[in-house]
Design a protein around this ligand. Sequence first.
Ligand code: GLN
Length: 313
Amino acid sequence: HAKPSPDVLADIVTKAHAKFKGVKEGANADYIPILTEVPSDLFGIVIITRDGKVYQAGDTDYSFSIQSVSKPFNAALVMQEQGAEALQEKIGVEPTGLPFNSKLALEIMPARSVNPLVNAGAIASVSMVDAKDEAQRWDKVRSNINDFAGAELTLLDKVYTSEYETSWSNRGIANLLFNYGRLYSEPEEALRVYTKMCSLGVNTEQLAMMGATLANHGVNPKTGKRVLDAEHVSKLLAVMLTAGFYDESGIWSYTAGLPAKTGVGGGIVAVVPGEMAIAAFSPRLNKAGNSIRAMKAINYISKELHLNIFEGV
Ligand code: GLN
């Protein structure tokens, strides 16, 4: 594809927003009770190019919980600290083809290998962060995500409490992992830090900046800080392409052709490697826990601008 001009980018976010604004399908996540209170009509889209230019439409400064969109960024921290092979061996990189909260994946995948973008692998990636205690673990997890965003994200306390108090499924996953020798800290500690990571508040622009850092080969375009080595970026994007949408990862790659990650807070970030990131936020989800309007908006932008990474190569 031709490199889109600033006018084209400004125009496409406005068009995507107008085109899908009226879509009402789906519903807020409700297994984390407080997420039902997020206004369902919010809808924001942001593109940030590799050089840090921002194009936006809609409710782009509303802070929502980052949820699973945090997962690849914490996997990045583990790669940066311990190398790509440690991630591959101690967690795994195979798509599960199963829902994000699957316990079955832990039982049926070879050698209990999952990937860092489903709950099991993400809880394991939090447990792998090198830390002397829980406070330091949380501090490292949080600062790394701040570095990707180029901003100080705040913990949404109410989201954290609401999720942690109802975390029976994730607690089960953490305990199963520990039982199989696939968790690398005490289970409840990993669960708490994982749940806090998911409860960080992020707006659509900050989310796009996180993606733009990956598009810029690991250097945050706003702060100039290297957050991830370039050799790890390509590996992380490969996992995002194959597993970023859980059991909808195939159809996502088939249609949008972009590495991306979703979260039940309604956020999605997609990366056009070497060029830009597209983030979108809308709370109503489909059955797989993926934001319907955010998916539609990013898919539309990808098609209109021919951003599919396999197109025209
Ligand atoms: N914190 C959520 C959970 O663990 C994240 C899930 C998601 O965004 N898909 O269930």
